[in-house]
Design a protein around this ligand. Structure first.
Ligand code: SAH
Ligand code: SF4
Ligand code: F3S
Length: 378
C-alpha cells in the first residue's frame, strides 16, 4: 500500500494524555524521532505522522483519546496514526476493532522501536496495520539520554518504571509492568546532561518512588546524591506510596536544601474497609500518623493527595470518612477521582454499584470542601 508519505523530512505531531510519566515518554519519543532528522510540528494538519501517547488509568481518560481520534476524520491529507502508551498495552489488536484510523500500536516499554516502525510503514511501504510491539520488559537505558526537553528550565527524570503494588482498582501494573528501577548512575548522568543544556529544576518520577533500590542505593541515598549535583537549583519527586514512606524521607526533606518541601501522598480513601478492599496496605490511623510526623518534621511542607470516590460498595458513611479526613488534614490540594472499573484489575470483578449520579455528588462535595480549604474558608 502506498501511504502517500514522503520518505525524507517527515513531520510528526505528538499528543500526550495521562500522567507526567507520559509527558516524559513523549519527550523521549520526540528525541528519538528528531534524531532521525524528522521534524516535530504543532500543526496537526501538516503532520505526516500523528502519535497519540495514551493513558488507561480511568475510563474518562480513554474516552478522550477515542474522541480525539474520531476528530481526525476532518484532516485532509492521510497521515499515519500511531496509538502508543498505556492504552496500546491494554487493548493491543482491539484498538483496530475500535478505530479504523489507527495504523500502528506500540506499548510503553517498546517506545524505542517507534523510529524503526515508522521507517517500515512510512518509508519502505511495508505497510500493515498491526500491533508492532508490546512485549519488551525493560527499556534500553540510552533512550533516556537523547536530551529532548519541552521546557528550558525544568525536566522530568524517570527513576523507576511500572509498579508492583497491584492496588485492586489500578491498571498501571498491567500496562506498565512490574516495578523496574533504573541504574542510579544513569539517572545521575541524565540529570548532569540536562543541566549542561540549561535545566536547573528536576522532578524525579516513579509510580512509587520510595520503593527505589539499585545496588544498595535506596530512594533516600538517591535524593542525597541528586542534591549534591552541581548546577542543580531545586528538585522534587512524585509519587509516594504511604506504605513505603518513612521518617527518613521527612528528615531528608527537612535537611536537603535543594529538595522542595512538597509531598504528594495519595490516601485514596478515609475508610479502613475501603482501603482494605483497595489493597492499599495501610489504615486511616497509619496515614494520619504519617501526616502528623510530616507536619512536625518538615516545617512549611506542602501536602497533596488523591482520593477515589464511589469505589465498589462504598457506603455513604464511608464516603463521609474520606470527607472528614480531607477536612481534618486540610491538604494544600486534593485530586478527586470518580471510580471506574479497569481491565485486568481485581476490582473489575467487584460490583460497580455506586451510581454515576452518586459518584458525581460525592466528587462535587469533596471538591467543594477542598476549594474552601484552599481559599482558607474552612
Ligand atoms: N502511583 C500513584 C498513582 C497513579 S494513578 C499512586 O499510587 O498514588 C493516579 C491516580 O488515579 C491514583 O492515585 C488514583 O487516585 C486514581 N485512579 C487510579 N485508578 C483509578 C480507577 N480505576 N478509578 C478512578 N481513579 C483511579
Ligand atoms: Fe496503581 Fe497502586 Fe501502583 Fe499507584 S501504587 S500505580 S495506584 S498499583
Ligand atoms: Fe495513565 Fe499510564 Fe500514567 S495509565 S496515569 S499514562 S502510567
Amino acid at each position: 500500500m502506498d501511504t502517500g508519505v514522503k520518505k525524507t523530512g517527515l513531520r510528526f505531531y505528538i499528543r500526550t494524555f495521562g500522567c507526567q510519566m507520559n509527558v516524559r515518554d513523549s519527550e523521549i519519543i520526540s528525541g528519538l524521532l528528531t534524531a532521525e532528522s524528522w521534524q516535530l510540528t504543532t500543526n496537526l494538519g501538516e503532520a505526516d505522522i500523528i502519535i497519540f501517547n495514551t493513558c488507561s488509568v480511568r475510563r474518562h481518560a480513554e474516552d478522550k483519546v477515542w474522541s480525539e481520534i474520531g476528530k481526525l476524520k476532518k484532516i485532509q491529507n492521510s497521515p499515519i496514526i500511531g496509538l502508543v502508551g498505556c492504552m496500546a498495552q491494554a487493548y493491543k489488536e482491539k484498538v483496530f476493532e475500535r478505530s479504523s484510523r489507527v495504523d500502528f500500536v506500540v506499548g510503553p516499554n517498546d517506545i524505542h522501536k517507534i523510529p524503526e516502525i515508522i521507517k517500515k510503514v512510512a518509508c519502505q511501504n511495508m505497510f500493515v496495520r498491526k500491533v508492532w510491539e508490546t512485549n519488551t520488559r525493560i527499556r534500553p537505558e540510552e533512550i533516556y539520554h537523547k536530551g529532548f526537553y519541552e521546557n528550558r528550565e525544568h525536566a522530568y527524570v524517570i527513576i523507576s518504571e511500572g509498579c508492583s503494588n497491584f492496588c485492586s482498582y489500578c491498571v498501571v501494573p498491567y500496562v506498565r509492568g512490574e516495578l523496574k528501577t533504573r541504574p542510579h548512575n544513569s539517572i545521575l548522568r541524565e540529570i548532569e546532561e540536562a543541566i549542561a543544556r540549561g535545566i536547573t529544576k528536576i522532578t524525579l518520577l516513579g509510580q512509587n518512588v520510595n520503593a527505589y533500590e539499585d545496588n544498595g542505593v535506596n530512594f533516600i541515598k538517591l535524593i542525597e546524591l541528586v542534591n549534591s549535583i552541581k548546577g542543580l537549583k531545586e528538585f522534587s519527586f512524585i509519587t509516594s506510596h504511604p506504605q513505603d514512606t518513612t521518617l527518613d524521607l521527612f528528615k531528608a526533606m527537612r535537611d536537603l536544601e535543594k529538595l522542595k518541601k512538597y509531598l504528594h501522598l495519595p490516601v485514596q480513601s478515609g475508610s479502613n474497609r475501603i482501603l482494605n478492599l483497595m489493597r492499599r496496605g495501610y489504615t486511616r490511623e497509619f496515614y494520619l500518623d504519617l501526616v502528623n510526623n510530616y507536619r512536625k518534621m518538615v516545617k512549611d511542607g506542602v501536602l497533596s493527595t488523591d482520593i477515589i470516590v464511589g469505589f465498589p460498595t462504598e457506603k455513604e458513611e464511608e464516603f463521609q470518612d474520606s470527607y472528614n479526613l480531607v477536612k481534618e488534614i486540610r491538604f494544600n490540594a486534593s485530586y478527586i477521582f470518580k471510580y471506574s472499573p479497569r481491565p485486568y484489575t481485581e476490582a473489575e470483578k467487584f460490583p460497580d454499584d455506586v451510581s454515576r449520579e452518586e459518584k458525581e455528588r460525592r466528587h462535587r462535595i469533596i471538591l467543594e470542601l477542598q476549594k474552601e480549604i484552599s481559599l482558607g474558608k474552612k
